[in-house]
Design a protein around this ligand. Structure first.
Ligand code: ADP
Length: 392
């Protein structure tokens, strides 16, 4: 049975078609620059990329082209082969404690959460509506970035602000990257042969977050009301004193919104280094003796270590630290320096294994706390959720 996993952004749409339950990827692809004359649609078929430039002015057209491409590239013979579509939705608030079979009511609730995710939920809804339109008889499932973290308790998710802000506006920590944290922590528990394992997942991509998983449940995570909170990222600052907003807005005659935008888009690696948001450039710069690149790296490492230490204490112990996503999977220097920074917890790096790629243990056999690289797979998690909900 074929299941499509979809991740719709404001100007892009990523998709992966799975054969389930074998989880084999039949095809994957991306539509980029939706809304422009020179959009690009890419299909990966049998390891080969098929690219086409086209005018794609909206998600509806993008979805029609994806579906047409599945047939014209002979990936499927008929649309009946697609038995379900799973959509990544960023913000599920407190309402969605689980993935949901999409109907009008579910869409209304996702729309109701737009205040909490103004950049993401509207794009997710556009993707959902376009697929419902194109495949009206196929069940559509929403899988939220936030549901995995709904197991956090009040002490972890509340901010110490006037309680009415929480009651009236939903001001609290929600956390994101939930499907990735769940996938990686489940895999870690499997490798460790221990369902009760205490695991810390470091999802380090362009967006980055840390999650403490105790016995399969998220008990704390670094992102908050929005993905801005937590550790520094490619272009996001992570935690700063909110008073920065007032100071910079008055000094530079900018609105709070403009300064917030700079905390989201001009900070992190980019802000500190002054030249790049890409970890490869930061590491190259650092190796060439660029002090600002070194700072960008070192500040991030320090903050990651801060979270690991804090989650170690919060969980009362730790079995494994897992690294995942673009940087976590591909940057040995970041893993090396994070592990060095938390060595006191009883973790010993295997320097040779750390240089390699793919799923593996990167701590020594005798290390008390283990460390792993576990490549994430958010798409397969989405496809699994579709199967799980359809079989209910
Ligand atoms: P997102 O999905 O959040 O956009 P990714 O998980 O794709 O991000 O991660 C992007 C980051 O991964 C970039 O900073 C990029 O530099 C880094 N990355 C990818 N490949 C490598 C590599 N070979 N070495 C170091 N960093 C890498």
């Amino acid at each position: 049975m074929k299941i499509l996993a979809v991740n719709a952004g404001s100007s892009s749409l990523k998709f992966q078609l799975f054969e389930m339950p074998s989880e084999e990827v039949v095809t994957s692809g991306i539509v980029e620059r939706i809304g422009y004359d020179n959009a690009i649609i890419t299909f990966k078929v049998n390891g080969e990329k098929i690219k086409e430039d086209k005018q794609i002015l909206n998600h509806k057209t993008a979805v029609e082209l994806v579906i047409h491409g599945l047939i014209s590239n002979k990936i499927i013979e008929s649309l009946d082969e697609i038995k379900g579509v799973g959509h990544r939705v960023v913000q599920g608030g407190e309402y969605f404690k689980n993935s949901a079979v999409i109907d009008e009511d579910v869409i209304a609730h996702i729309r109701g959460l737009i205040d909490l995710a103004p950049l993401h939920n509207p794009a997710n809804i556009t993707g959902i509506e376009a697929f419902r339109n194109a495949l009206p008889n196929v069940p559509q499932i929403a899988v939220f970035d936030t549901t995995f973290h709904q197991t956090m308790t009040e002490d972890a998710y509340l901010y110490a602000v006037p309680y009415e802000w929480y009651e009236k506006y939903g001001v609290r920590k929600y956390g994101f990257h939930g499907t990735s944290h769940q996938y990686v922590s489940e895999r870690a528990a499997e490798i460790l042969g221990n369902k009760k394992a205490k695991v810390i997942v470091c999802h380090l991509g362009n967006g980055a977050s840390i999650c403490a998983v105790d016995g399969g449940k998220s008990v704390d995570t670094s992102m908050g009301l929005t993905p801005l909170e937590g550790i520094p990222m490619g272009t996001r600052s992570g935690n700063v004193d909110p008073a920065v907003l007032m100071l910079v807005s008055s000094k530079e005659d900018k609105t709070y919104g403009e300064v917030l935008d700079e905390l989201n888009k001009k900070s992190g690696y980019l802000g500190l280094s002054g030249f790049s948001n890409d970890s490869r450039d930061i590491i190259d710069g650092m190796n060439e003796g660029n002090h600002r690149a070194y700072l960008a790296h070192q500040v991030q490492v320090k903050r990651i270590a801060d979270y690991i230490g804090s989650y170690y204490v919060y969980m009362g112990g730790l079995d494994a630290i897992c690294f995942t996503a673009g940087i976590g999977e591909n940057a040995p220097e970041v893993r090396r320096d994070v592990i060095k920074a938390v060595k006191v917890l009883g973790i010993e790096l295997d320097a040779a294994e750390n240089q390699k790629r793919g799923e593996r243990m990167i701590s020594t056999k005798d290390s008390k706390v283990k460390a792993y690289i576990i490549p994430t797979n958010e798409e397969v998690m989405i496809a699994r959720e579709v199967i799980r909900l359809e079989s209910k």
